[in-house]
Design a protein around this ligand. Structure first.
Ligand SMILES: [Fe+2]
Length: 296
């Protein structure tokens, strides 16, 4: 068996607005349009990944599957149901039907446990898959024709500190990369977090009214640009250095660990990342960013 590989590492934010505006048949609400820069960014990302073949599996780390203790992995091979965004039930009522690569999930679980992390396989067949997972996977692979591995967000950042959280997530990322290499599979890794995350508290009557959409706070925008510039320059170690501060200053979803996990899995890339898009969703900063280890 040849060694597995990471085909792409992706910062794949999950605003339900992007699925809403795409009008896929699985989603009940209907949108006229909206957030085109980000949706077309996802389109560019999909083309870029497709140019390197069809991956065997998507591995997603989701900020919205929150587990108080340790890192959990979906451990049932099929899930179906209705996912409703608790904040935006008017935008996201999505009928999902997905397959899980339990073998690879178990392998990552075992590697992480061997590295000293607290882990658990989630084996409840009635479990409702979180919308952060569904949204990111849908935007990267709307065909839903390949299995996923889904990893939860532990609370280490909240129970200890941003530094402890990042250290754990980097170790989890490295365990993920070892398991992928041993699996012989080609994987695309999705860090499903947005960047700066201060957002509006009132929704416009028409959610897709783009005259209402804008950056919420210039300082947070500057932080986002700083982070993206470092990604574009291949300066991952510098990103890790400033991440605890960035997370605090921008109330960012990086506090759930997805980006740190990805940088650990990619072994701190020194090659430039491709920023496919940056845009605001209810004022939050969202970037679609791709690392291609084969071109590194
Ligand atoms: Fe979120």
């Amino acid at each position: 068996m040849s060694a597995g590989a990471i085909l792409a590492g992706v910062l794949a934010p999950h605003p339900p607005h992007l699925v809403y505006a795409d009008n896929p048949p699985q989603n009940e609400p209907y949108a006229e349009c909206g957030w085109e820069e980000l949706r077309w960014g996802y389109e560019r990302l999909r083309k870029s990944i497709a140019s390197r073949g069809v991956p065997d599996v998507l591995i997603v780390h989701s900020p919205h599957w929150r587990t108080n203790s340790g890192h959990h992995f979906l451990g049932v091979d099929h899930f179906a149901g209705l996912s409703v965004d608790p904040v935006f039930p008017n935008l996201f009522r999505f009928h999902y039907d997905l397959e899980v690569d339990v073998e690879l999930a178990q392998a990552i679980h075992d590697e992480a446990a061997a590295a000293g992390l607290q882990t658990k396989m989630m084996t409840n067949p009635s479990f409702r898959v979180d919308y952060g997972t569904i949204t990111a996977c849908h935007l990267v692979r709307p065909e839903w024709d390949i299995p996923i591995v889904c990893i939860s967000a532990s609370r280490a950042y909240y129970l200890f500190s941003n530094e402890v959280g990042d250290a754990q997530m980097i170790a989890l990322g490295q365990a993920t990369a070892r398991a992928v290499a041993d699996s012989g599979k080609n994987a695309v890794l999705l860090a499903s977090n947005s960047l700066s995350h201060r957002h509006f508290t009132v929704e416009p009557s028409l959610p897709e009214d783009m005259s209402k959409e804008h950056v919420y706070h210039h300082g947070q925008y500057l932080w986002d640009m700083r982070l993206l510039e470092l990604m574009r320059q291949g300066k991952s170690r510098e990103i890790v250095d400033i991440l605890p501060d960035y997370t605090e200053q921008t109330v960012s979803e990086t506090k759930e660990g997805s980006l740190s996990w990805l940088l650990g899995a990619l072994d701190f890339p020194t090659y430039p990342a491709e920023v496919h898009a940056y845009g605001s969703v209810i004022g939050t900063g969202n970037a679609i960013v791709e690392w291609n280890p084969q071109h590194g």
